[in-house]
Design a protein around this ligand. Structure first.
Ligand code: SF4
Length: 195
């Protein structure tokens, strides 16, 4: 698997302070995508074992407490990335049990194959769907267009285990998290706003 960028400390892509990995490879070709250079799976640099070790160490670094890991791209559920991402999320579950895992994909949850669903089974939050320019809304938390949906898969305190509508989650996010001036937008992940 190749990656575009890794941020050891990130406060934009997901709640709290996080480690964020932007992988290479995306087959959705959304109109309005900020950086088509993320589309090729062989773009960027290989994600090495040394990088993986560093990511795990960063997540467990108590000097800068991280809430969790954000996986973005590109698309972490691109078929070529799935075996590597599955291995990574299983390792994070095992070695960083108090961290949450958020993952952004251009696929819709309903169309995921068995291998992709096996990744989703290991994460806490999935944001799914292609970026659709006509549905763009900069006010949405954690996503760029209204068609995209946030799935809270592992709620703390035994709360809801599945997702509702995107609108419902917008209210939930507003109520539960501090408002951010620059909520993540799928089409911007690792793209123009990163410079
Ligand atoms: S917006 Fe996201 S899903 Fe769409 S082409 Fe760009 S990287 Fe892929």
């Amino acid at each position: 698997m190749n990656i575009q960028r890794y941020y050891a400390v990130d406060v934009v892509n997901g709640p709290g302070t996080r480690c964020t990995l932007f992988v290479s490879g995306c087959e959705h070709q959304c109109r309005g995508c900020y950086n088509q250079s993320t589309w090729r799976p062989d773009a960027g640099v290989p994600f090495t074992l040394a990088m993986e070790e560093q990511l795990i160490a960063d997540l467990n670094d108590r000097r800068i407490p991280r809430q969790g890991l954000s996986l973005s791209g590109g698309d972490p559920l691109h078929p070529r990335n799935v075996p590597h991402i599955r291995r990574l999320v299983k390792r994070v579950r095992r070695e960083c049990p108090d961290k949450d895992i958020w993952l952004w994909t251009g696929y819709q949850r309903a169309e995921l194959n068995a291998a992709q669903r096996a990744v989703v089974a290991e994460i806490d939050v999935l944001i799914d769907g292609r970026f659709i320019e006509a549905e763009k809304d900069a006010r949405l938390p954690w996503r760029g267009s209204r068609n995209q949906q946030i799935w809270y898969l592992r709620q703390p305190q035994g709360e809801r285990a599945e997702s509702d509508t995107a609108e419902h989650h917008a209210e939930e996010c507003d109520a539960q998290r501090p408002r951010r001036e620059s909520p993540v937008q799928h089409q911007q992940r690792g793209h123009a706003d990163r410079g």
